[in-house]
Write a protein that binds this ligand. Structure first.
Ligand code: HEC
Ligand code: HEC
Length: 283
């Protein structure tokens, strides 16, 4: 082909297409060649220092002995060291102290997130929003008190508020009248409230007592929300008639907060108490 080069004297390779399209032998620019050789050297040096070449089923070890696994283990160790420091602090502190320790309370919240999701969210909802029969944890309306100690005790010991069924003790008219007074947010306006013994558990002011978990009947917040299609008045009547956790009454409302003292460590419970307190309703 070179013999009939139609562009003699030119630095072409002798390959010509379409009459005048030629392949020339110009060298690449200098900067390009420098970059090329630099990357070749880099590749060789890297291959000597780090594992790169296949050797049997593995690879060469590399002069500096780096492995991905070592790097991973080192990373995990670093995280563990930071965690261990926080965990030691938590062990020696009360939940109330953790709550006000800035870095530590953040750690407790982050670490309780999974615990809460696994153990509590099925009943109380992911954000403490509650559910039918399960109290809201994110507001400041508490059955058993909202201090960090109250919450810690609730989680450790569990809770089971008991209200006896009043269907056999009270007439329908009395239940009706009491329910209307409660719906209006003023149970004391009905003399039955005092005379029929409601005050024994719900208090002289109808606001409930934290030791018993007896609900506040004056705030318009209902721990037992009406079922679908049921009116609020009927739902209140149901509670009065059949009670709560009354074992002798099959239609009684059920409300049991399981105890976690045996299932979770004391430190995990402290973290959870901080987590729940920080939903915003803690007192
Ligand atoms: C099986 C369902 C269930 C699970 C699981 C559960 N709870 Fe409860 N929890 C309840 C019920 C029901 C009550 C109300 C008890 C009552 O009315 O006497 C309650 C009450 C509470 C209260 C008291 C609320 C108040 O107003 O005083 C707190 C705090 C609480 N739970 C936190 C938790 C935490 C934290 C977890 C997870 C470790 C958890 N609960 C897991 C059902 C549950
Ligand atoms: C033995 C104590 C006790 C007596 C007596 C009692 N209650 Fe209760 N009551 C409770 C407790 C405890 C709760 C909350 C139960 C729970 O949430 O686990 C409650 C809950 C209620 C609720 C539901 C409130 C809500 O937020 O959904 C109503 C309504 C109510 N009581 C009305 C009455 C009336 C009216 C009387 C008097 C006829 C009365 N109770 C007598 C202990 C009592």
């Amino acid at each position: 082909m070179a013999d009939n080069n139609s562009f003699p004297g030119e630095n072409n390779t002798g390959h010509v297409w379409d009459d005048n399209l030629r392949e020339l032998t110009n060298p690449p620019p200098r900067w390009w060649m420098l970059a090329f050789w630099a990357s070749v050297i880099w590749w060789v040096v890297y291959g000597v220092l780090y594992p790169m070449w296949p050797v049997g089923h593995e690879s060469n070890k590399g002069l500096i002995g780096w492995t991905q696994m070592d790097e991973y283990i080192k990373g995990v160790d670093e995280v563990e060291a930071i965690r261990a420091e926080f965990e030691t602090q938590i062990k020696g502190m009360s939940a109330a102290e953790i709550l006000v320790a800035p870095g530590l309370s953040q750690y407790a919240v982050a670490s309780a997130k999974v615990l809460y999701g696994d153990n509590c969210a099925p009943c109380h909802g992911g954000g403490g929003q509650g559910g039918p029969g399960y109290p809201v944890l994110a507001d400041d309306d508490w059955l058993y008190g909202g201090t960090i100690e109250n919450i810690q005790q609730t989680i450790t010991m569990g809770r089971k508020g008991i209200m006896t069924a009043h269907g056999k003790i009270l007439s329908d008219t009395e239940i009706d009248s009491l329910s209307k007074a409660i719906e209006a947010g003023d149970p004391m306006s009905d003399p039955n409230f005092t005379q029929k013994g409601c005050i024994a558990c719900h208090g002289m002011d109808g606001k409930g007592m934290a030791v018993l978990g007896s609900a506040n009947l004056t705030d318009g917040i209902y721990r037992f929300a009406p079922a679908e299609g049921e009116s609020l008045l009927d739902s209140i009547k149901h509670t009065i008639k059949y009670g709560v956790n009354d074992a002798t009454e099959p239609k009684s409302r059920e409300a049991v907060m399981p105890k976690f003292g045996e299932r979770l460590s004391a430190d995990d419970i402290k973290k959870l108490a901080v987590y729940v307190h920080k939903f915003g309703g803690g007192q």
